[in-house]
Write a protein that binds this ligand. Sequence first.
Ligand code: ADP
Length: 381
Amino acid sequence: MLIRLKDQDGQILWDAQVHNHGMCSLMLANIAERMQSQFDNFQGGYTEESRTLTVSGEAVGSVDVGFYGPYSYSEVDLAFLKRLNQLLLIAAVLSMAIVAILGLVIARQLTGPITRAIQTTSRIANGHYTDRITEEKGPREIADLTESINGLAESLGRQETLRKQLTNDVAHELRTPLAVLQSHLEAMIDGTWQADQKRLESCHGEVVRISSLVKDLEKLTQIEQGNLSLQKEAFDLQALLMRISLNFQRDFASKNVQLSIQVDPVIVQIDTDKLGQVFNNLLANALKYTNPGGSVRVYTRVVKHQVAVSIADTGIGIAPEDLVQIFERFYRADKSRTRETGGSGIGLAIVKSIVEAHGGLVTVKSQLGQGSVFQVTLPLE
Ligand code: ADP
């Protein structure tokens, strides 16, 4: 700064320019050159500002301060600015590199499992239902994705097994009546047998059995398909059980089997038509397999978040070796006997399918000659 000091009359007391003109001009030229060379189009120049000097509030003179403005930088300032710019540039480059590396790592973490998931799903789609994705690392979303793909594979596998099993079962069930029919008809055609009424009736019986089997099969397929979309509503289980047992009262009375109902009101979320079918089948079986003079008891029990409906009979009971397979379709504990009663072994398969579609469970306890207890457990929502 170039200082000029004046007294109150405006007389110059001291002036830097007068004191050392050469030095001042050199200094200003230096600054101008530095600023001009550093900043293109720098619009700066020499400026002077005047200030009054006071002592105890009384003006005693003034000082003119001349400087290169509006601003100027010293060598040190410029060096500092240059260094700062360099550091900022390094920081920018470094952060860009870090972001790129991080992005690559995250992308690889995501694309790896996704690529593997795509490979496995296409294998599953080609029928390899036992294939599973095993992804231990990765974000939660990937874990969810692999879990649902594995679940999908499992359910596809289960359906495939069911389909094969069904085809097998159907073929097996149809083979016997068809073979009987074929041999009887062949014997009648080649004249070994007379086509008398008794033989024709026997053939008719087989045809009736086949058509009833096909009907049952249709029903099972219908139920299993319907289970995919249950029409659930809040319903009182007591009302449902009372209504169904009322329909059975006459049949029980005519067979001389006692029917007693001990159920409390309990609201459950159910598809009433389908669950009605469940209790219908269980009560029909209880009646079918209980001899006259016996009894059937229906009762409910609420435990924690579940309600258990039991249908207990004092009927013929089920042998332990049959118990495990009783819910399989076409399974009949005593084929010759149940053939007489007209059962095709579909009823309990339907029961199991509907109950499981409701998130419930059906179990059976039985003792041969003593009776059986079928228990349907449903979740209380
Ligand atoms: P079905 O139409 O033959 O009755 P189900 O699937 O309803 O077919 O039952 C399968 C088999 O389970 C029956 O053939 C029968 O042997 C046995 N079963 C079912 N319920 C009872 C019961 N309450 N007491 C004794 N046996 C039963």
